[in-house]
Design a protein around this ligand. Sequence first.
Ligand code: PHE
Length: 339
Amino acid sequence: MKKQLEALRQAAGAAIAQATDSAALDGVRVQYLGRKGDLTGVLKQMGRLSAEERPVIGQLANEVRCAIEGLLAQRGAKLQEDETALRLKAETLDVTMPGRAKALGHKHPLSIVIDEVKEIMLGMGFSVAEGPEVEWDYYNFEALNIPKGHPARDTQDTFFITESMLLRSQTSPVQIRVMEQQKPPIRIIAPGRVYRSDAVDATHSPLFHQIEGLVIDKGITMADLKGTLNQLAARLFGEGTKTRFRPHHFPFTEPSCEVDFTCFRCGGKGCPMCKGEGWIELLGAGMVHPKVLRGCGINPEEYSGFAFGWGVERLAMFRFQIDDLRLLYENDMRFLSQF
Ligand code: PHE
């Protein structure tokens, strides 16, 4: 038994030395000193010893236990120390390291041009109005003098939700909503999304943006429309930008026109951007039709007004020389980070 105890002390010592972390060390403790451990195993044989041998072996067993416990404590302390050191090292914070730079975003090109127009118009005393994108047929067509079966509905075919509810094909319904709500004088712009059932290509998208303008007051004439748009042209593209008003037809304005600006790249001489024309078509406009005014409870004998509608994508594409409208919607950072 003496030999057994010695061997046990040796083996435990070696195992303790080899334990590489506290969990392994605890395993060693259980194996040698646990209730079902090796030392207990040896002590169970004490009964077979003579009365003289028993105290000697008993003392030896105690010594062995104390020795193993001592080694365990020593090794345990060392392992604890190592583990703490390791953790401290892993968790050190080098406060002198440079920070991580955050990439700052910026406005989308469409928002840039919308905000520019807004800012200029606010400066002229306009306020911003809004209307829903899911709109009644009544506001999008009917009240704008485009009854069922009118050919103008074909050029603005859109997505219908029910027979009387649709995705607005233009921002002009906001004109009606504002005139129903407010008494003249009225001076608003209404930027927003519009929808048409067009297939996607370089110049078409089923979703795009417009900015509507509406002025209603006593004695408003076409001259006011021209003055306002000339001012807008000059502010957007620089003094000397000219406007050209071509006769056109919209059911809700009379007379109606399309408005071109001199090409801000070549100044009107003709270049690839304006396809050699010197002019760029940007707006639809006109004097609000008396029928439309009357429908909103405004007396056309007393009040008159003008309205205009911009295509925002077109404006952004000319402004930033973008040749494919799809780029505006693809969220490709290589494209977007250029603005
Ligand atoms: N809403 C018309 C369109 O989308 C543009 C327009 C607006 C024309 C206001 C005249 C007055 O084509």
